[in-house]
Design a binder for this molecule. Structure first.
Ligand code: BES
Ligand code: ZN
Length: 625
């Protein structure tokens, strides 16, 4: 305890001496600050040079599976730095011009995870850097889909996923979340396809096959995004709408009916939405994650289109990032909880306002269960279970786990419980206002928290035990945890079933996804074939259109060797690329000899449908033995 208190004071002192929450350079920092907030995942020195604007002029070539063109940076080299270093990954650099002059550059050999630094000599007073480049075969941000891999199966599709450090594989850039810039772009695509970016977007196909984009608000590189395909648009209200392949657009429009209302609900909580439009793009099923908060245009998986609007909370999450993450940005990936923990808390506040307390209580309870699972998987003493991470020398993706989401959001919930909702909300609103379009480290946040909310109150400090959360492992003893009434009903239904008694229809008829997941996830594993069969006959899990339920069910089916579910499971694995679903499923198969054979067969067949990043983690699961 004493050790914790000292560490906390130390952190506050360091952070307080550092007022660099600004968008640009860190030249005012003391050396201690730099140690605490240095971004170890970029090789760029752009933080000591002002990177003002990026102008992209690129062509998307589906035959060669390449993006090629020019990235032009406008810089303001106030400190007279002699050389600009940018991040690149598996990219060929054809030529570089500085203020129109052809310039000799150097491209380093690749560093593990980080790629190759591009060195460009810059004379004093230079302003414009033009880089002509092509993406490589291993451009990890890009997924090129053949028509067969799309929903409509008629046209090819391309999308990017830049978070965390993959923007550098399609744009030579300063790829650190602490560096922001505005951008404009001209994108040439094959005839008949539409291009969209994290910027002002077209709503119609354009005959010239050339699209122009503008993002006049500075954003970090991880929010750079591009999608190209056969895409249609439907409006929801005056500032929200949905994009999807034509065969998907009607379903998507139905599912997202409440998105406009979500934006105004979020605004009522924490202040104005500052990005203009808010649209959602539904991607083909291979998209490796659930959603990505690309500014103005959330990218999302089609697996949330359940037909009954039951999984739209994912959109509330990506929308909430328009405040936590896109407006106030984690300074480095070590501070990832400032993006995701805040966003999960904010998401649940939107959900509570729209769906009521008894509903959101289930989300909080599931969060606690997810936190337990994450801590068990990582080990309760693992430093990756601290909120403040230490990812030096590592692949950032290895450390970006559920801890940031669930330990982070529960820490904020504890804060709310301790100071009261009213104070919590005015604090958060002020936090977003005062840090808008800036980056922030964990230490700066803790200093701000103390100055503006805790104000040195020792009773509150003792209740919170901040160090146990931020610089300590596992689940702190004061973690909020309530068992919602609606879960108690699901628990007794499960007990009933396990004792061989029937469950009355009225009990389950109004269950939400949360109740079903809670009911299934806490079943003993494996169930007998007869029990699986009984459940399937009663609730038709094998045929469910709800991907969250399907996924848990298929894992149970593998464990129980419940073969009637296998054809549906194979179909699921053949199209869906969302890592959260397919990784646990392959892992479960790998537990038995029969399952292993099935995993290897299915993976060989469907590997090419998965995103390069998903292939990396699945190779580790399926090919290791
Ligand atoms: N920003 C994340 C996605 C991300 C995180 C990409 C880290 C790369 C590295 C996004 O907002 C997110 O959290 N998506 C979740 C959905 C959410 C409801 C928890 C997902 O994709 O599952
Ligand atoms: Zn998120």
């Amino acid at each position: 305890m004493i050790k914790h208190t000292y560490f906390f004071l130390f952190a506050i002192l360091i952070a307080a001496s550092c007022d660099n929450t600004n968008t640009g350079g860190n030249s005012n920092k003391t050396s201690k600050d730099s140690v605490m907030s240095k971004d170890v995942h970029t090789q760029s020195n752009a933080d000591s040079i002002g990177m003002k604007h990026l102008d992209l002029d690129i062509k998307v070539d589906f035959d060669a599976k390449k993006i090629s063109g020019r990235a032009s940076w406008t810089i303001e080299n106030k400190n007279n730095v002699k050389e600009l270093k940018l991040d690149t990954y598996d990219m060929s650099i054809d030529s570089v011009f500085v203020d129109g002059q052809h310039t000799v550059f150097r491209l380093d050999s690749p560093v593990k995870y980080l790629g190759s630094a591009l060195h460009i000599p810059i004379p004093a007073n230079s302003h414009f850097i033009d880089i002509y480049y092509k993406t490589g075969k291993n451009a990890i941000a890009l997924q090129w889909l053949d028509p067969q891999q799309t929903h409509d199966k008629k046209h090819p599709f391309l999308y990017t996923q830049s978070e965390s450090i993959y923007a550098r594989s399609w744009i030579p850039c300063p790829d650190g979340s602490g560096i922001r810039f505005t951008y404009s772009a001209r994108v040439e695509v094959p005839k008949g396809l539409m291009a969209l970016m994290s910027a002002t977007n077209p709503q119609q196909l354009n005959d010239s096959s050339v699209y122009h984009f503008n993002m006049e608000i500075p954003v970090p590189a991880y929010l750079m995004a591009l999608a190209v395909g056969d895409i249609a648009f439907k409006s929801i209200d005056e500032r929200t709408g949905v994009y999807a392949e034509p065969g998907m657009i009607a379903k998507a429009r139905y599912e997202f009916e409440d998105v406009g209302k979500m934006v105004s609900t979020a605004e009522q909580l924490y202040g104005p939405y500052r990005w203009g439009r808010y649209d959602v793009l539904v991607l083909p099923p291979g998209f490796p994650i659930g959603g990505m908060e690309n500014p103005r245009l959330t990218f999302c998986t089609p697996t949330i289109i359940a037909g009954d609007r039951s999984l739209v909370n994912l959109i509330a999450h990506e929308l909430a990032h328009s405040w936590s993450g896109n407006l106030v940005t984690n300074a480095t990936w070590n501070d990832f909880w400032l993006n995701e923990g805040f966003t999960n808390y904010f998401e649940r506040r939107i959900t509570e306002a729209m769906m009521g307390k008894s509903f959101v209580d289930m989300s909080w309870a599931q969060s606690y269960e997810d936190l337990q699972v994450a801590v068990n998987e990582l080990g309760k003493d693992n430093k990756d279970t601290w909120l403040k991470l230490d990812l030096k020398g590592r692949d950032p993706d290895d450390g970006l786990t559920d801890i940031a989401y669930e330990k982070g959001s529960n820490f904020l919930k504890l804060l709310e419980n301790t100071v009261g909702r009213e104070k919590m909300d005015s604090f958060l609103r002020k936090y977003f206002d005062e840090h808008a379009f800036k980056t922030i480290t964990t230490e700066q946040f803790l200093a701000y928290l103390n100055e503006n909310l805790i104000k040195g109150d020792t009773a509150i400090l003792n209740k919170l035990d901040i160090n146990a959360w931020v610089y300590g492992p596992g689940i702190p003893a004061n973690c909020p945890h309530v068992i919602p009434e609606r879960f108690k009903v699901a628990d007794s239904a499960r007990d009933h079933f396990l004792k061989g008694k029937p469950i009355a229809k009225e009990i389950t008829s109004a269950w939400s996804t949360y109740e079903w997941l809670h009911f299934l996830r806490n079943m003993p594993k494996p169930l007998s074939f007869a029990q699986m069969n009984q459940l399937d006959n009663a609730y038709h899990f094998t045929k469910t259109g709800n991907s969250e339920i399907a996924d848990v069910w298929f894992v149970m089916a593998v464990a129980a060797d419940y073969t009637p579910a296998f054809p549906a499971m194979e179909q699921f694995l053949g199209s869906v690329g969302r890592r959260k679903f397919i990784e646990p499923l392959y892992s479960e198969m790998m537990k038995t000899a029969k399952g292993k054979e099935m995993a290897k067969r299915l993976y060989a067949k469907y590997k090419m449908n998965y995103h390069p990043l998903a292939q990396v983690s699945l190779d580790k699961i399926v090919l290791k033995n």
